[in-house]
Design a protein around this ligand. Structure first.
Ligand SMILES: C[S@@+](CC[C@H](N)C(=O)[O-])C[C@H]1O[C@@H](n2cnc3c(N)ncnc32)[C@H](O)[C@@H]1O
Ligand code: SF4
Length: 484
């Protein structure tokens, strides 16, 4: 593997307890979205613009199996809370066909660059709201992917919709199924009309959700997920309980819970209005209700499934999480990961198609930032993403990095086992229920040293302190003093 030389900052070691505490202090950023503070922690690995093509080609040369993500940045309206790359809805109609042309061109660029025909083990069409696009455009993308890649037999394509589209355009939902899309995910978020309105979310009440579900099932979807969100200002625990109960009534196969992440969203100023004790109570309430209703998830995992033996996430995401499978992200702001490179496409910051379009039209990869990672960075990326499922698969770690998890992180593994934060379960090192409550501390243990140093040095914003209940629990278990 063509690993970069680790920077000086990435050659240090830190005592696990210090890092665990630092991860807890900075629980708002110590999560699966990795790396943190790119400008400093990833700076030594930046690739020069003129080398983007050659470094990318070399990075993908030996990869045979990969995932594909295609980003569709269109939505009917922009919800206040959304953290994704979505362009101004007023530009949708003008931009759509041209944007899909660009996506096809970007796919063709990679097809030329990657040379060999790779096998796709997962394929997500995400957004934004991809279901808003014309069916012909979604069909164009799938056809182009079939022509450019080998589809692994049984590999499932997944798409996202809003309830409004699913309720009002049954023929579109049926067309998606007809194109071979097998999994569909629908954002419900909240079920209170007044709260939905405050969030800038189009919501027409529970009957509308029922209609949406009816159409999804009538189209033949048997892998159906709904998203619910908690941690909003003005959302009570009773509201949340009601949303979860209504979500359960919809009888989706999977339910994914998202805790509101405020950073960079239209609601950022409201973050301080949300008591973190309430957020912790909401998570516990949902966990109890979902388990009672037959939805299962191990500690630390946010996607609950009621289908036995089915983890509930798309093949694309499951392979990323369990095996660390490389993926190519096409479109505005999309992220791509090979074994040793990490790339971010243009357009995420300005939420505009123009900078992305400019590069594609000039037949250059529309990459904003490309990093040639060192081994500790790639391992940290693999493990951070693993925590989507609350566990690290030791077999796939060893397969990918050629050495065991225990040999790469001896002190950290000893610490999590001794403190009862994780335990061995089959092939995996998994969070315990106690570890899941303090997962921000656990995940930080596996970060690359430069990111650990950043967490150690970063001042604590008073508004970001952890819930008092968690602090008490930690003091009891670990006798540590958290920053007051
Ligand atoms: C790309 S959206 C797709 C679904 C579709 N556009 C919709 O809203 O119905 C994926 C999910 O991310 C979640 N999400 C959006 N913004 C978020 C934020 N700021 N923090 C946490 N989750 C968020 C929502 O639950 C949403 O359904
Ligand atoms: S939550 Fe969904 S519908 Fe709302 S702006 Fe984000 S991607 Fe669009």
């Amino acid at each position: 593997m063509n690993w970069n030389q680790p920077s000086k900052a990435d050659q240090q070691q830190y005592p696990p307890r210090q890092i665990f505490e630092a991860g807890l202090r900075h629980h708002h950023i110590a999560n699966t979205a990795y790396p943190i503070n790119h400008n400093w922690t990833m700076k030594p690995y930046r690739v020069r613009r003129q080398d983007f093509e050659t470094v990318t080609a070399a990075a993908w040369a030996d990869i045979q199996e990969m995932g594909l993500y295609v980003h569709i940045p269109f939505c009917q309206t922009r919800c206040n809370f959304c953290e994704y790359t979505v362009i101004n809805p007023a530009d949708n109609a003008r931009s759509e066909d041209g944007y899909f042309d660009l996506l096809l061109q970007e796919m063709a660029q990679y097809q030329n660059l990657l040379d060999t025909r790779k096998t796709l083990t997962g394929f997500d069409i995400g957004g934004g709201t991809p279901a808003l696009a014309k069916t012909e455009n979604i069909a164009r993308i799938i056809e182009a992917a079939r022509a450019a890649f080998e589809f692994e037999p049984g590999m499932q394509i997944s798409i996202e919709t809003t309830p409004l589209i699913a309720a009002h355009e049954p023929e579109k939902i049926a067309a998606f199924r007809g194109m071979g899309i097998e999994r569909i995910s629908m954002g419900v978020q909240v079920t209170q009309l007044s709260l939905a309105k405050k969030l800038g979310r189009q919501y027409k009440g529970f009957e509308g959700l029922r209609e949406a579900v009816y159409n999804i099932r009538a189209a033949g979807f048997q892998k159906f997920n709904i998203d619910l969100m908690y941690g909003f200002a003005g959302q009570s625990v009773a509201d949340w309980r009601d949303s979860v109960e209504k979500g359960i009534e919809l009888e989706a196969d999977y339910i994914t819970l998202y805790r509101m992440r405020y950073k960079g969203t239209g609601l950022q100023a409201q973050a301080n209005r949300v008591s973190k004790e309430v957020v912790a109570e909401m998570a516990a309430t949902a966990n109890q209700l979902l388990h009672q209703a037959g939805y299962v998830a191990p500690p630390g995992k946010n996607t609950y499934s009621r289908l036995p033996g089915d983890v509930g996430t798309s093949d694309y995401l499951t392979n990323r999480v369990v095996k660390g499978t490389p993926y190519l992200g096409l479109g505005l702001g999309a992220q791509s990961l090979s074994h040793n490179t990490l790339a971010y496409n243009r357009g995420a910051g300005p939420k505009s198609i123009t900078p992305y379009e400019k590069e594609v039209r000039a037949n250059r990869l529309p990459i904003q930032d490309l990093y040639n990672m060192a081994l500790p960075v790639s391992m940290a990326k693999f493990i951070s993403v693993s925590f989507y499922f609350g566990e690290i698969n030791r077999t796939y770690f060893e397969r990918k990095f050629g050495s065991t998890l225990e040999s790469q992180f001896p002190a950290e593994v000893e610490f999590v086992l001794a403190e009862g934060l994780m335990k061995y379960r089959g092939d995996c090192l998994s969070l315990t229920s106690h570890g899941a409550k303090v997962y921000n501390g656990v995940i930080a243990l596996f970060y690359a040293p430069a990111v650990k140093l950043h967490l150690l040095q970063r001042p604590v914003d008073l508004s970001e302190r952890m819930p008092a209940q968690l602090q008490r629990e930690l003091r009891r278990s670990f006798e540590i003093k958290l920053a007051a």
